[in-house]
Design a binder for this molecule. Structure first.
Ligand code: ADP
Ligand code: ASP
Ligand code: MG
Length: 253
């Protein structure tokens, strides 16, 4: 039995049908005998829409209020996903970044994770439930909500995987893995079956948004394997790991 952290990006939970589809996939992983903790992003373009609403009021809104607003997107998806899992007969419990123990510094909009103390998530797993955590958010030492920067749910997922001592962090998105170039722009791009942290950081730094740069840095620091896959298929995806790691040790392939 493995402990798996799965992250579903906004493109995987864009509407209610997708939320139900993702719930089925989570339950499938659990029924194979794994413990599953999930990090979820805001649905579809929710974060962009929230930013548009704020800037329609003030072109330079207060940073603290922006983070209060933006953390709302992931609260919607986490609770709907927990409901979808319940509706399909399994138990799930959703947690905000604060409830999941994500402690950050005070840089609103670009906060860094200082520590993750996910006791409540671990207890949910122990009780046989799926733990669902709102990505992209934490709490600072003033008790205020913070966000990690755009695409930050990837970093939340790796940080949760490290704190829970998971066997793998699976990042589900809308393409079949990491490609030699953006497959939506370059149709001849090829999927990369496995890639080192260093090479992946270079791709992330040069603008490939499939994985956030800080997520790959965090994974390298703690040697957490990342498996990038599509939530729309069961194809093999891309493994991001250290050159020394053995492919045979990754569960749920
Ligand atoms: P999510 O909503 O799952 O977080 P993102 O939109 O942040 O998804 O990232 C996935 C997108 O990254 C893909 O739809 C793809 O267009 C884009 N992308 C850019 N470069 C690459 C690459 N080298 N390999 C795969 N996808 C890439
Ligand atoms: N919802 C946030 C964003 O759109 C975080 C994420 O999706 O990773 O940037
Ligand atoms: Mg993303």
């Amino acid at each position: 039995m493995a402990l798996i952290v799965q992250k579903y990006g906004g493109s995987s939970v864009a509407d209610i049908e997708s939320v139900k589809r993702v719930a089925r996939r989570i339950i499938e992983t659990k029924k194979k005998g794994n413990d599953v903790a999930v990090v979820v992003s805001a649905m579809g373009d929710t974060t962009d829409e929230l930013i548009d609403q704020a800037t329609a009021i003030d072109s330079n809104p207060p940073a603290r209020e922006m983070d209060m607003l933006m953390t709302a997107g992931e609260r919607i998806s986490m609770s709907l996903l927990a409901m979808a899992i319940h509706a399909q007969g399994e138990k799930a419990h959703s947690f905000t970044g604060q409830q999941a123990g994500f402690l950050t510094d005070t840089r609103y909009g670009a906060a860094h994770i200082r520590d993750v103390k996910p006791e409540r998530v671990a207890n949910a797993l122990k009780a046989g439930e799926v733990g669902i955590v709102a990505g992209f958010q934490g709490i600072n030492n003033l008790g205020d909500a913070t966000t990690l920067g755009r695409g930050g749910s990837d970093t939340s997922a790796v940080a949760l995987a490290v704190a829970l001592k998971a066997d793998v962090c699976e990042i589900y998105t809308d393409v079949d893995g990491v490609f030699t170039a953006d497959p939506r722009i370059v149709p001849t791009a090829r999927r990369i079956p496995s890639i080192s942290y260093e090479a992946m950081m270079e791709m992330a730094a040069s603008g490939s948004k499939v994985l956030a740069l800080r997520c790959v840095e965090y994974a390298q620091r703690f040697s957490m394997p990342i498996h990038v896959r599509s939530s729309f298929s069961h194809r093999p995806g891309t493994l991001v790991l250290s050159e020394k790691a053995s492919l045979g040790s990754i569960p749920n392939m």
